[in-house]
Design a protein around this ligand. Structure first.
Ligand code: ADP
Length: 147
């Protein structure tokens, strides 16, 4: 059984994240979306609100589950029996970051990271963009997956 953790902040979970999950489902038997509990002052949604939104989105898909975590992602992977981490890459900056993390996680725990490149039409979509638009009371619905 191929199991992947898709870790992130997901504040909020966007159409870009959903696309990575949908495409990841062709590769893995199960995907656990893991919402990191790293406290940030710039929160749009509480961790509980993020989890609820993601759970609703995949309520009909038994291959997708959601959890929260603190600490190292590789420790969570071991705890959940996941052999893979799933991540998305939009930019060269994402690439550099993901490569370093992937090397460290493989070195630390023998966990492989599977990286999917963003669809070009989602390359500009980020949680921080959505948070900024929201702070100016703009409509953010186009960036959020529909139920
Ligand atoms: P983190 O704080 O760990 O970067 P995010 O919630 O911002 O968490 O992102 C989680 C993962 O989703 C990361 O691998 C990120 O690169 C990826 N991701 C975010 N937005 C997109 C997008 N539009 N297309 C592809 N991947 C994305």
């Amino acid at each position: 059984m191929k199991k992947a953790i898709f870790p992130g902040s997901f504040d909020p979970f966007t159409i870009g994240h959903d696309d990575i999950v949908q495409r990841g489902l062709a590769l893995f038997d199960a995907i656990i979306i893991a919402v990191g509990k790293n406290s940030s002052k710039h929160e749009m949604l509480s961790v509980e609100e993020r989890v609820t939104a993601i759970e609703q989105l995949y309520a009909d898909n038994p291959k997708v589950s959601v959890c929260t975590y603190e600490g190292l992602t590789v420790d969570l992977a071991r705890e959940k029996g996941a052999q893979f981490l799933l991540r998305g890459v939009r930019t060269v900056a994402d690439f550099e970051y993901e490569r370093n993390m992937a090397e460290a996680n493989r070195d630390l725990a023998g966990i492989e990271t599977i990286v999917l490149f963003t669809r070009p039409e989602y390359a500009h979509v980020s949680s921080s963009l959505v948070r900024e638009l929201k702070s100016y009371n703009k409509d953010i619905s186009r960036y959020l997956p529909t139920l």
